[in-house]
Each structure stands twice: as C-alpha cells, then as structure tokens.
Design a protein around this ligand. Structure first.
Ligand code: OVM
Length: 412
C-alpha cells in the first residue's frame, strides 16, 4: 500500500516573516527538547502567542486561546495539506494520506461518519466487560510481580490485547503495530534521523499493516470488519474501508500505550495524588483528563492556512504551516491555574490532549475506557508505586512516552 519515498525539504518557506514577530531557533524535535519540552514551551509562550520558528519556517502556536481558535476554524486552517510539517500540496507524502485526518470537509465528514458509526458510545460501552476482565487479570499479575518493567508487563500489553481484540486482529503479528505508529507519528515532524531510522528499522511493517487492513483478515464483529459494512451499504469503497482500518491501527495503539505508561510514571512521581485516587476512585475519570493535560501523549501537529490571515495581530500568507502545540496550550497559565502542578481534583474541562474541533480524536471514548479501567483496577489492587530507576523515554517526533518503566509495586 505505501511506497516509502522521502522528499520533504521543509525549506519551502524559510524566509523570515515580513512583520515584527518573535522568532525562536528552537528545534522542537531535538532530543534535548523532547526530553523535557515544558520549559521550552514556557519560553515560547513568554515570547508570544505566535512565534516564528526559524529552523522550520513555520509559526508555532504555544498558547491555549490561539490553539483552540485555530482548531475551531478548519476552513481557514486546513488539514488536507497534511497534519504534519510536510505540505502535501507541494511534497509527496511518505504514505497514502489518511482519508480521515489529512482531509477537509466535505470529504472528511463522510469518512468521519463511518468511523463514528463503529466507535459510537454504545459500541464502545459494549467493550467494557471484556476490557475489565483482561484488566483484572493483567493488573493482578503486574502487582504480584512486585518489581518489573511496567511497559511490557502492563502499559504495552494491555492495549495490544484489548484494542487488538476490539479491532479484530489476529493474535500473531501485533508486534508490528507499535513500530508502525512510530513511523506515522515521526512522520508528522521533519525528515530527521529519528524518522528515517523508524522507517529503516521496520521495512516489513507497512506491508503487514496493509494486509491487516483487508476485510478477509479481520475478525467478524470487530471494529475493523464493521467498517466494511459501509462498503456493503455503498457508502465507501473497499479501498476506503481499508484506509479507515489503517487509521485505527495508526492512531489507536501507540497513543494509549504511551498514555498508560505516562500515567504510571506521573503517579509514581506524585504519591499524594496516587493516594488520593486510591482513597476516592470516583476521581478516576478526571485523573485521566489531568494526565492528558499535564503530560499529553500527542504533543503537536500542524494546520495550513488556506488564505491570508491574521492571528493575534500577526499577518501570514496563504499556504503557511502552523505548529499547533496542544501540550503547551495545556500548560498555559492564562488558562490553567497553577498549570505545572499535577492535580487530579482540578477542573480539566477543555484540556486539548484529544485535540479540538472536527478532527478531535474519534477514538477518545475508547482511549478513556482503557485508561479508566486500568487506573481503577490499579488503584484497587496496588499500594505504592515506586520507580526503582529513571524511566527510559521513547523518543518520537510527535508523541511522548516511555519504553522502559522500572517500578516496584506493593499490594494494597
Ligand atoms: C490516521 C491517523 C494517524 C495518526 C494519528 C491520527 C491523531 C490519525 O492515519 O488517520 O490522529
């Protein structure tokens, strides 16, 4: 399905902006920045709501209000030029563009509707008993281990099992899913060594994904197979159904695996908040939102201007890429009192971890269900969570997470 060829230059619009705009030469994709982006985001917000990023020729939006405004106006700030740095209107995408994420209305509404049909509140609710049964067993085993790496034992194992089963994937080959997500999420950034390596290390992965998206591969009754019902009703083509399954596989696994790992690390580092959750499990839903606000998994993506426009007094041309820093917006003190504090009792309404507007995460109910179930079980079964060593980050151009979380867990 995907012929991989990298032509992105990122140099299309490197000229300095015409107006008096704050400029930053920060590389948001450097290992140093990715290690701890928050002080850098704070500096961007201090510079202003619109900052020219001289290395990439894009405007960064680090503040809540402007991020939300831009995401609300999909006609002016489009997705069809790609949700990454590369401009699909002038550069060849590394894979067939997503027919959900990388399109505008009216095309978008048609495909979104198909996704909503399989990921509606009732179909997600129906998954709960199975998700809870798996969580029960996995969390007990995790706590019984006492000391382990929480990534393979829980954070990666749980979504791989329950999401993979929900989609209707066969048990074998699921190890291809994380490396594929790694390519996809690196692909929203520049063509740097990190992206090239993720492609080179996993040459067989896109082929496996492409096969796994086909109707005959997918189990009857799963979310993937259910997307093919749209073909039978004449609403989408067989190829479109396969690409929508690909969207599930692209966006659905790495994100939840990393969020689960991030939640474990954050709670291990905030024992009083963990104690609060154990004392009052009704806080779990808000705790999930606060995890996503405080250290969101999806850090940034792009929009592209469809006409000359002004944002916060900064004029820009048509076809300008904008770096939408949702994880920075979620730490904006103008929106969030004591923004850098992790507090599961705060008001989290409006956090942007799932985006905002017509492209807001279509799987967010499914993601919340996974997170809520695991944290609830963990809070019921585990006592203290204690990191036995520094967790090791998994570096990716767009998503934040850990590849190793050495932890000691006591039974409650
Ligand atoms: C897609 C896709 C891939 C990654 C992320 C995403 C956040 C969508 O292929 O549709 O949404």
């Amino acid at each position: 399905m995907d012929q991989i060829e990298l032509v992105h230059s990122g140099k299309a619009q490197m000229d300095a902006p015409l107006r008096d705009v704050p400029v930053s030469d920060l590389d948001p994709y450097s290992t140093e920045v990715l290690s701890n982006p928050y002080p850098h985001y704070a500096e961007l917000r201090r510079l202003g709501p619109v900052v020219w990023m001289s290395r990439y020729g894009v405007y960064a939006l680090p503040c809540f209000a402007e991020v939300k405004d831009v995401l609300a106006d999909h006609a002016t700030f489009c997705s069809s030029a790609g949700a990454g740095l590369s401009n699909f209107h002038t550069e060849k995408p590394w894979r067939h563009p997503s027919i959900l994420l990388e399109v505008d209305p009216p095309e978008h509404d048609r495909t979104r509707q198909q996704m909503v049909r399989v990921l509606n509140p009732a179909s997600v609710r129906a998954l709960r008993p199975q998700f809870e049964a798996v969580a029960e067993e996995m969390v007990r085993r995790f706590v019984d281990l006492g000391e382990c790496d929480a990534v393979p034992e829980l954070a990666a194992a749980y979504p791989t099992k329950v999401f993979g089963d929900a989609v209707g994937l066969r048990p074998d080959g699921r190890e291809n899913l994380m490396p594929y997500g790694d390519m996809v999420f690196n692909g929203f950034g520049p063509v740097n060594d990190r992206f090239r390596t993720s492609l080179a290390n996993a040459a067989a992965v896109p082929g496996w994904i492409s096969d796994a998206c086909k109707r005959e591969y997918l189990t009857e009754g799963g979310l993937g197979r259910n997307l093919y019902a749209g073909v039978d009703k004449g609403e989408i083509t067989e190829e479109e159904a396969a690409l929508l399954v690909r969207s599930l596989l692209s966006a659905g696994l790495d994100t939840t695996v990393f969020t689960l790992g991030n939640a474990i690390v954050i709670f291990a580092r905030h024992p009083r908040q963990w104690a609060k959750l154990r004392d009052d499990p009704s806080l779990v839903r808000n705790a999930v939102e606060e995890v996503l606000r405080y250290d969101g998994t999806f850090h940034s993506f792009y929009r592209t201007t469809t006409r000359p426009v002004e944002i916060a007094g900064v004029s820009m041309e048509k076809t300008q890429k904008l770096l939408v820093l949702t994880a920075s917006a979620n730490r904006d003190a103008k929106q969030w009192p004591d923004a850098d504090a992790f507090d599961i009792t705060r008001k989290t309404n409006g956090q942007l971890g799932f985006g905002f507007g017509i492209h807001a995460c279509v799987g967010q109910m499914l993601a919340r269900l996974e997170l809520e179930i695991i944290l609830t079980k963990l809070a019921a079964v585990a006592g203290s969570l204690e990191l036995t060593d520094e967790p090791e980050q998994h570096f990716n151009n767009t998503v934040r997470g850990y590849r190793r979380i050495p932890i000691r867990v006591t039974a409650r």
